[in-house]
Design a binder for this molecule. Sequence first.
Ligand SMILES: Cc1cc2nc3c(=O)[nH]c(=O)nc-3n(C[C@H](O)[C@H](O)[C@H](O)COP(=O)(O)OP(=O)(O)OC[C@H]3O[C@@H](n4cnc5c(N)ncnc54)[C@H](O)[C@@H]3O)c2cc1C
Length: 407
Amino acid sequence: MDFSLSRDEELFRESIRSFLSKRLSPIWESIDENHLIPTELIRDFGSQGLLGIPIPEEYGGQGGSFTLSVIAAEEVAYHDPSMATAVYTLLNNAWPYILYMYGSEDVKGEILPAVSSGRGFFGIASTEPQGGSDVGAFKTSAVKEGDKYKVYGEKLYVSGVREAMEQLDLGGWLLIARTGTMDERHRGLSTFALIGKRNGMRVENLKYSLLNTIGRHGISTAILTLEGVEVPRSHLVGSEGRGFYIAMEGFNIARPMVAAANIGAARWALEEAIKWSKERVLFDRPISSFQGVSFPLAEISVEIEATRLLIYKAAWLADRIYVKKEPGLKPADLAYYAAAAKMKAVETAFKTFELAMRTLGGISYVKETGLHRGLLGMLSYMVGAEGAHNVMKYITARELIGKDYVK
Ligand SMILES: Cc1cc2nc3c(=O)[nH]c(=O)nc-3n(C[C@H](O)[C@H](O)[C@H](O)COP(=O)(O)OP(=O)(O)OC[C@H]3O[C@@H](n4cnc5c(N)ncnc54)[C@H](O)[C@@H]3O)c2cc1C
């Protein structure tokens, strides 16, 4: 048992902390205010080794690990608690990995180096208007025509659409679409590397409209409408009918990073609350001297620490499965820890922001403190992003009790 990071992991954390405190902290509020992550910042994230972390170097990635990806997500969210850049970072560490695992050489060669260098974006297009949690009922269809598929349907709340379609040279998503019948439910689904834009040119028959979200404005959320988008056969990821399982594996990989981002933002909020509790003097003493103020701060710090241990355990397990390829472990073994980490981290982050706002009192309701930006950013994960909260509970219950006993 060893609770410390390795020397290389410590060095990575130190180097990105130094980079993020100079490049991200000073502009995080303007990113939220201007609804834009500057393109040169995305490029710098690539040069700093923050994107494509677990992708092997031969595919242009950083040749790192899931532990490093989790460190990156936590640190980026700490320096931008609105979550926008953390979401950008974690999407481009998790979903390209699925291409590395199951994509054709064409797809890997085109997308992975672009994502890792900050010239391209690759996210997930799963959710449909009739409900994101019921994946087996998805209707978007991919109809085979010769050496390509034509895709028809609608994907909702897709992150990174403006970045993919307007900002960067290349953009795309892991698309879940039906190649079988509706009766086949989740067994009729397949995954594709859907490219929305390449070499600066948008693909035909793919429309989008940006949604007016309440938070994490720096990264866009949009509706994608596919009106016969042509996807080459080589862009099928895995084989037909395996899409549900491949996408679920992607969510398992992404969730520890999502959890780490929530904890990074929570750590920032706690520090803001502690700072204020020492500076704010009432009844001739700092309010931190009142146990009614200090005890909740102590309690939430313990929750953050416990949650972080759960997250790092999930990342450690992911490394054993994917990086070290330890015999006896399989991808599905990650499901419990990935869902548990996300469930716990979202709850802890929400409680931390609420406590931070109560600790600051009235001033927290004034926009200058920035706490509202963090609260609204993390709420995206409370209401659904990367899987609804009840779905996290369902997965942990299913893994705990057994799938024959939990519906
Ligand atoms: C800001 C943001 C960004 C997002 N980015 C992306 C993205 O990039 N790509 C993408 O594909 N999707 C994205 N999503 C969508 C997200 O994945 C969905 O919100 C999520 O899967 C839930 O789907 P839904 O919102 O349709 O809720 P529904 O599935 O309709 O669920 C509604 C409620 O019912 C509950 N519920 C559902 N099933 C059960 C059950 N079996 N038992 C008990 N309770 C249940 C849920 O917990 C929830 O409370 C994003 C969402 C947000 C808010």
